[in-house]
Write a protein that binds this ligand. Structure first.
Ligand code: SF4
Length: 222
């Protein structure tokens, strides 16, 4: 519904003398506006993409316009993890630990081809094919490396995503506890504790096959 001046009204009459002094909005909008305008990223970089992230925070691109210039050196004070660089198997346990230490609400941006899917090192013996195999990613930014403008676009995309959230359905206000993500273990290869049952079953099947092959009588040659 809109009045004679074309101004959208919320569905009920606002007296003319109040129209220039009163703003009617929703709790969701105020709440989301507050969070989207003060996202504090974690000071955390992994490889070449981190250089572009540092440029984005410097004066030319000026993250302060978004209220995001306060890069925190502690995950406990950060809202956003920008995974900027190659995610190695050696590094992923630390990344998951840092993610678990961030308080809700928290968000993750996969910056660049490496963080999004392994990039030029995909299927390499030491590289994880995308950080989203371990932590939930909200925004992916393509490029190798993405430019500061691309990172800014990713941050604006995250703000739009936050704008669509509702206080009634966000996970951090649900009654059930949010479980921490099990930290992967780096042994001969990277092992995800969530996959332990499957790995155990596979190992048992393989062992059973080996034992049955050994117990079969050897065929004597004529
Ligand atoms: S995506 Fe390209 S620039 Fe970014 S960390 Fe990987 S190799 Fe480096």
């Amino acid at each position: 519904m809109s009045d004679s001046n074309g101004i959208q009204s919320p569905g009920y009459e606002i007296p003319p003398e109040l129209q220039s002094q009163v703003t009617v909005t929703t709790l969701d909008r105020i709440y989301n506006w507050g969070r989207r305008s003060s996202i504090w990223p974690m000071m955390f970089g992994l490889a070449c993409c981190a250089i572009e992230m540092i440029c984005t925070a410097a004066s030319r691109y000026d993250l302060a316009r978004f209220g995001m210039e306060v890069m925190r050196a502690s995950p406990r004070q950060a809202d956003l993890m920008i995974v900027s660089g190659t995610v190695t198997k050696k590094m992923i346990p630390t990344i998951v630990r840092l993610y678990n230490q961030m308080p809700e609400p928290k968000y993750v941006i996969a910056m660049g081809a490496c963080a999004s899917g392994g990039g030029p090192f995909k299927e390499g013996y030491n590289v994880v094919s995308g950080v989203d195999q371990f932590v939930p990613v909200d925004v992916y930014i393509p490029g190798c490396p993405p430019t500061p403008q691309a990172l800014l676009h990713g941050l604006i995309t995250l703000q739009k995503k936050i704008d669509r959230e509702s206080i009634k359905s966000v996970r951090w206000y649900r009654k059930e506890a949010i479980d921490a993500i099990p930290i992967p273990v780096l042994g001969p290869d990277l092992m995800d504790p969530r996959e332990y049952d499957r790995i155990k079953q596979y190992a048992q099947e393989k062992l059973a096959k080996q034992e049955s092959a050994e117990s079969e009588p050897a065929v004597e040659e004529a």
